[in-house]
Design a binder for this molecule. Structure first.
Ligand code: ATP
Ligand code: MG
Length: 282
């Protein structure tokens, strides 16, 4: 196999028959740093979750999954996929306002060119889900928001409309399923690409805590930052005096204590089990 690329969390290979092998590691990132140590089973949990969602979304959009029959060393945390020609747009849907969306809103009342009503705060639910695409930034740079007009310029009006429709459909379906299980899907990013037949296909990973914000429904309270389902303990510890780390410094963060690692693992397992109704066997 040919090694193609390693991101912060995943490694990509190409097989001899031209398929893509996406391997999820246990690496975890926060505040743009990859932390040490990893979270045991995270790669497997996110891979299984993504596969489960691909199935739930099968009638919304076709996907790139070919099989989970992968070399033993990657078992459970890798997927064989069709290689797509990726659309050069990060397709984001938001049902709630936070993060970069909130920053843009506070500055000009607009997120990716979409005007929002006044009076919204951190964690507010939006009147309806919105499509807030962004550029695919090269490694080490941040994605920039794109207006819908910029997407049209990039891919044409027909494709732009299809990207918007699919992204919102995936969000709405995902949010519905998550809510029944006590989880708010605040926002999510999907990636679409063209297959050999010229069809638009869902690629990458889908509706995982790495590509989405999941909040426990019972703790939702607009007006503050929401507890998140995955990295809350990690973020809290890193920003606490206990870690001795200054987020604004150039220093890499210190190693995570065992207890934070274990509680974070529990959180990922809980998200997986709540959403899928399955028991995670790691
Ligand atoms: P990071 O996520 O760490 O910010 P990254 O996005 O470069 O960096 P990964 O997410 O690990 O790293 O990389 C996955 C890459 O594979 C992305 O560029 C994504 O667009 C691409 N990709 C996903 N699915 C497919 C597919 N079916 N065919 C071709 N490329 C794909
Ligand atoms: Mg990525």
């Amino acid at each position: 196999m040919k090694h193609l690329h390693s991101g912060k969390v995943r490694d990509l290979y190409e097989t001899e028959d031209g398929l893509l092998l996406m391997v999820a590691s246990d690496r975890i990132s926060a505040f743009d740093h990859v932390l040490a140590p990893g979270i045991p089973d995270k790669g497997a949990i996110l891979t299984q979750l993504s596969l489960w969602w691909f199935e739930q979304l099968a009638d919304v959009v076709p996907n790139h999954v070919v099989s989970t029959d992968v070399p033993a060393e990657f078992a459970g945390r890798a997927v064989l996929c069709r290689k797509l020609r990726m659309v050069p747009v990060e397709c984001v849907a938001r049902g709630y306002l936070t993060g970069s969306g909130l920053i843009d809103y506070r500055r000009e009342g607009v997120v990716s060119g979409v005007s929002l009503p006044a009076g919204l705060t951190d964690g507010s639910r939006l009147p309806e889900a919105i499509f807030t695409p962004s550029t695919k930034a090269p490694i080490g740079q941040h994605d920039e928001p794109m207006t819908y007009a910029q997407v049209v310029e990039e891919v044409g009006a027909d494709v732009a409309e299809r990207l918007r429709r699919i992204t919102l459909d995936v969000y709405v379906r995902g949010a519905e399923i998550a809510r029944e299980r006590g989880i708010i899907l605040a926002d999510t990013k999907i990636e679409l690409g063209w297959d050999a037949e010229g069809e638009l296909v869902l690629g990458d990973e889908v509706l995982t805590p790495d590509s989405s914000r999941f909040w426990p429904l019972e703790e939702w309270q607009p007006g503050r930052s929401q507890p998140s389902f995955d990295k809350q303990f990690v973020r809290d510890w890193l920003t606490s005096p206990e870690s001795g780390w200054d987020k604004a410094s150039d220093e890499p963060p210190p190693p995570l204590p065992d207890e934070i690692v274990e509680r974070t693992r529990q959180r990922y397992v809980e998200a997986y089990e709540r959403l899928t109704g399955r028991v995670f066997r790691g």
